[in-house]
Design a protein around this ligand. Structure first.
Ligand code: ADP
Ligand code: ADP
Length: 224
């Protein structure tokens, strides 16, 4: 089953009279259960692509079907719903809320969807335990190491059983040990059936997976 079906995506930014084509004829199909790394240098269009794949922005032209849904035909409130229900986001800077504890951060997506407090708490606890943070449930982000914060962020991304986990430079702020640990977690989540897409400039991250999509100057290219 195809989770991501992007065809001939073009993204043009307009700065005054200047037009900048940041993505040029990008097509990709990502299947349920895939573990994909999208690798490219700085400025190649990765963040732009992440925003499009994550339904945070729309392409200038092309087609994008997420889980069979025609994203370009969706209204803004439908896009928010697609993001909330189908995608778990992981960011380089973790993006945890500093005043909330680990478990409260992980509960948020469920509460946002209307889950009951107790159910949300149980699910959040289960995911945090799964990621080795059973002893850190009531710690705030500043009481956790970078690697632990990223694990909280991963727990938050998967707590709603999304169809797709989309990670933007998830190891970018981690030391090499925590970075390896985070990759092991993504591998394990993938073995459990999660579809994972990591966007990165880090070749070491790409070396750990079988399927790599290379992007350069806004175009996908084949390394072989
Ligand atoms: P990467 O994540 O690979 O570094 P980006 O997608 O952030 O690449 O950027 C690709 C190119 O698009 C860069 O030249 C960047 O300056 C430009 N760009 C990104 N966002 C905008 C924007 N909102 N308006 C104009 N240009 C942008
Ligand atoms: P950067 O790669 O520049 O550090 P981030 O990875 O933090 O940026 O964010 C990538 C994009 O996702 C940004 O456009 C940001 O506004 C958006 N974003 C950040 N947090 C969330 C969130 N929790 N839900 C949806 N979109 C988000």
């Amino acid at each position: 089953k195809c989770i991501i079906d992007a065809r001939n995506i073009v993204k043009i930014y307009q700065n005054g009279s200047e037009k900048l084509k940041v993505l040029d004829d990008v097509s990709m199909q990502i299947l349920e259960g895939d573990f994909i790394v999208i690798l490219g240098p700085s400025g190649s269009g990765k963040s732009t692509l992440m925003n499009l794949l994550g339904c945070l922005d729309l392409p200038t032209s092309g087609q994008y079907y997420l889980d069979g849904l025609d994203v370009l035909k969706a209204k803004d409130n439908q896009l928010a719903e697609i993001r909330n229900q189908k995608i778990g986001f992981v960011f380089q800077k973790f993006n945890l809320l500093p005043r909330l504890t680990a478990i409260q951060n992980v509960m948020l997506p469920l509460l946002y969807r209307g889950a009951k407090e107790e159910e949300a708490k149980e699910s959040a606890k289960e995911k945090l335990k799964l990621l080795g943070l059973g002893e850190r449930l009531n710690h705030r982000p500043n009481e956790l190491s970078g690697g632990q914060q990223q694990r909280v962020a991963i727990a938050r991304a998967i707590v709603g059983n999304p169809h797709l986990v989309l990670a933007d430079e998830p190891t970018g702020n981690l030391d090499s040990k925590s970075s390896k640990d985070a990759m092991e977690i993504f591998k394990e989540l993938n073995r459990q059936g999660n579809t994972i897409v990591i966007i990165t400039h880090d070749i070491e991250v790409a070396e750990q997976v079988k399927k790599v999509i290379y992007i350069r100057d806004g175009r996908i290219y084949d390394k072989n």
